[in-house]
Design a protein around this ligand. Structure first.
Ligand SMILES: [Fe+2]
Ligand SMILES: [Fe+2]
Length: 201
């Protein structure tokens, strides 16, 4: 029978119980950000159920998605350099890094190596031209979790319930609009996501 709530992990995807993972995430985040992660965990679980995706994987990726959000710029820059990641990343900041680079902290500190989970974390900030359904779920769960309250969030929830893909395009479009209107720089990956997803509706 389909589970209706997140229970103890059963698939050995990671070397922790759920309680242990929750504790590890909480240690690295202030309470407000931690509560957001718990809501994304729940939202991702629900979206996974609706879309026939592995609910345990979605819950874990949702809980972990902002694991590195509160690290210093110095810490991120060190990882980008040490791991010889794309130097273009250095032109951006935490908003991009905590996803794309954040996955490295999850590998190194938590010893979680499931690439589907790591990719969902990597792609949650800027999307990607190709996104698995798990990637789409984490991208959207982060945007529409019940604590979110911004103009357009109801539309985002409606579209996501109709189809994940519609949600992904909508969010990317809204993000680009916001960045342009506020004169902010745009990470090229965000534009690539927008271009790739506009015909997929
Ligand atoms: Fe995030
Ligand atoms: Fe988030």
């Amino acid at each position: 029978m389909e589970k209706n709530e997140i229970t103890e992990y059963q698939e050995n995807l990671i070397p922790y119980t759920r309680d242990e993972l929750i504790k590890k995430v909480h240690e690295k985040l202030d309470d407000k950000r931690f509560q957001h992660c718990l809501r994304v965990e729940q939202q991702a679980f629900q979206l996974a159920k609706q879309n026939q995706v592995n609910t345990e994987k979605a819950a874990i990726a949702g809980l972990l998605h902002d694991y590195a959000k509160q690290r210093s710029d110095h810490d991120f820059i060190k990882v980008i350099n040490d791991k010889q990641m794309d130097p273009e990343l250095l032109d951006y900041g935490n908003a991009i890094w905590h996803g794309v680079v954040g996955a490295e902290f999850i590998k190194d500190e938590l010893h979680i190596f499931d690439e589907e989970i790591l990719n969902a974390v990597r792609r949650h900030t800027v999307g990607a031209p190709y996104m698995t359904r798990l990637d789409q779920i984490i991208y959207m769960a982060d945007y529409i979790e019940p604590g979110r309250d911004f103009p357009g969030v109801e539309k985002a929830r409606e579209l996501t319930n109709q189809s994940l893909k519609k949600g992904v395009f909508f969010q990317t479009q809204q993000t680009l609009k916001y960045l342009v209107e506020n004169g902010r720089p745009i990470y090229p990956g965000t534009i690539a996501t927008y271009n790739a997803w506009q015909n997929i509706q």
